[in-house]
Each structure stands twice: as C-alpha cells, then as structure tokens.
Design a protein around this ligand. Structure first.
Ligand code: GRG
Length: 308
C-alpha cells in the first residue's frame, strides 16, 4: 500500500480483526437471508432451490459487509441495516447469475461451484435472477424508514444503482466493448456502472438505515465510489494473476473474451498503483467519521489486498 494510503488510515483500524468481523457478519447476513427467502420446499420448489443455490454458494459478502459497516460508522445498528444489506446481496447475486448465462459471459463456475444454469438449466437461471432482483425490493421494503430517508428514497436508491443507467448500463458497455480497443475513460465508465454503482449503493444504504447526516451521506458516497472502482481494478488484476481454483470462477476470461481491462491497457504495475490511489481516496473520505469508521477502513484495505 502507498505511503499516502497508510497515512490516511487511523491507528485503530490497524488493530481491527477483520477476519473475525467478516465471519460474524457473514453468519448474520446468511441467517437473515435464510429468513427473508421462501423456504427451499415452498412451491414452486425449483425456483426457490435455484435462488438459494447461488445465494448460499459462498460469496464474499462484501456488499452486505459494507452496508453494515457504513451503518456502524453512523452509529446505526445491524438490525436496522440488515434488510438493506440482504437486498443488495440479492441484487448482486442476480447479476452474477445473469452474467454467467450462455447469452452473456457463458461461465461454468461461480463461487467455486457450477453456475446456476449448469445446474438448473438456462430458463430457471433467468427466472432465479429475476426472482432475486424482485426479492431484493420485497426485503428492502421491510426496513425502517426515516423522514430523511423514506422508503421511497430507499427504493429509488436501489432501483437507480441497479437500473439501465448504472449496473445494466455498465454491463451493456462491457458487452459492446468486447474485442474493441477502449480508452481508460471508456473503461472507467464501465467500472463506475458495472461495479462501483452497487458497492457505493451498499455503503449509502448503510448510512440511510442509520439516519446519517447529509455530510456523512456525502462521505459514504465518496468512499463507496472509490472503493468500488478499486474493487474492479483489483478484479481485473486477479483475472490475470490468479488461478480458477483460487478465484472460484474461471480465470483468464477477460483476455479470452478480448475485454478491455486495466492490466490490458496500462499494464499490471500501473494497475496496482491506480488501485492504491483509489483506495487512498476512499480512506480520505472517511475522515469525517473521526475514527468511527474502522470497519470500513479495514474493508477497503482488504479489498485492495484480496487474492480472490
Ligand atoms: C439483466 C441479462 C441481465 C444481466 C445483468 C448487470 C449484470 C447482468 C452483470 C453485472 C455483474 C458483474 C459481473 C459485475 C462485475 C462486478 C464483480 C467483480 C462481481 C464479483 O463480485 P465479488 O468478487 O463476488 O464480490 P462474490 O461471489 O464474492 O460475491
């Protein structure tokens, strides 16, 4: 990590036990998701099995962790943030199921297991993605609202991050960019939408659940935006440096699909420096929390150093 990034961190985050934090939050999120989703045997059982198959296949749970950590930075509680943390994970999982379809990236492995369509067939995989997207709004509607962050605001937040101007826009640009030589600006357009929008939304929802101040909301937006961009640069790097076994999904896909990535455009070393700079910007955004954002700091550092 760069000297800048190290300086921007608080002392307390260096002593933060992120592994224990993530293990506890993952358990809590999994238990909440299990309650929110229809039971596996609920008719039609196939769709509920398919939804649960991908949701509980072993994702890193980074987005819900960001929601819970952002809530804590604003003195909120896990209980209030949990519906929103679960809603974001449902949207993320839907996007992965659809991204893996033969019509899109055509991937056989995800989260260390055969992809949804490999197990349930394409039709059910499309429906499982659709159902998880819808489920996200049903879960989010069960959160507590505030005068400043009403249910209307929360629905708009999630719909905008996952709609045709953000998540889907990024995916469209990604698909249309295959085999083309993109500029760094065009690549950033894709990353901002395909990846950063939902990570940023995860952080903002945590703040909303805690009735955060407008200044805290701006800080979480700035933090989420930069962490989200760093996340995708690292994802691009891992695609060329790690094996499929390490990633739990097919490695080397970007090169094979002739996708524009940071390593392809600027090289590995510069890509690492860009990810560090973005993470430094994310740390800087947390200053306003005056040491209360230790979990967010630790998450940002983990996302930079992750190997899967
Ligand atoms: C509507 C047909 C249709 C498709 C939508 C929007 C979309 C498909 C796909 C975008 C999803 C995508 C692959 C975004 C890139 C973000 C990314 C690096 C995801 C992987 O996130 P991790 O590493 O995954 O957090 P885990 O499995 O750990 O949760």
């Amino acid at each position: 990590m760069s000297a800048d990034a190290k300086r921007a961190k608080t002392t307390s985050s260096r002593h933060f036990d992120l592994a224990a934090y993530l293990a506890a939050k993952t358990d809590a999120v999994n238990a909440a998701l299990d309650k929110f989703l229809p039971a596996e045997k609920t008719k039609p059982a196939t769709i509920h099995r398919a939804m649960r198959y991908s949701l509980f296949a072993g994702g890193k749970r980074m987005r819900p962790a960001l929601t819970l950590a952002a809530a804590a930075a604003c003195d909120g509680t896990d209980a209030a943030a949990m519906p929103l943390a679960c809603a974001v994970e449902c949207i993320h999982t839907y996007s992965l199921i659809h991204d893996d379809l033969p019509a899109m990236d055509n991937d056989d492995f995800r989260r260390g297991k055969p992809t949804n369509h490999k197990v349930f067939g394409e039709g059910i995989a499309v429906l499982a993605g659709d159902a998880l997207l819808t489920q996200a709004f049903e879960i989010a509607a069960q959160c507590r609202g505030w005068p400043r962050y009403s249910h209307r605001n929360i629905v708009l937040e999630i719909a905008r991050a996952s709609g045709s101007l953000q998540l889907i826009a990024g995916q469209v640009a990604d698909v249309e960019g295959e085999g083309k030589k993109l500029s760094v600006a065009e690549l950033r357009y894709i990353h901002e939408r395909k990846t950063s929008a939902l990570l940023c939304c995860a952080a903002r929802l945590g703040g909303m659940s805690a009735n955060c101040t407008p200044a805290q909301f701006r800080a979480l937006t700035d933090f989420g935006h930069h962490v989200g961009l760093a996340f995708q640069v690292i994802d691009d790097i891992l695609d060329v440096t790690q094996t499929s076994e390490q990633l739990g999904k097919t490695a080397g896909k970007d090169v094979a699909a002739q996708k524009a990535t940071y390593p392809a455009i600027v090289g590995l070393e510069k890509s690492r420096r860009i990810a560090e700079q973005l993470t430094s910007r994310a740390f800087a955004a947390l200053k306003t929390f005056k040491g209360k954002a230790v979990a967010l700091e630790a998450l940002a550092e983990y996302l930079l150093k992750r190997d899967r």
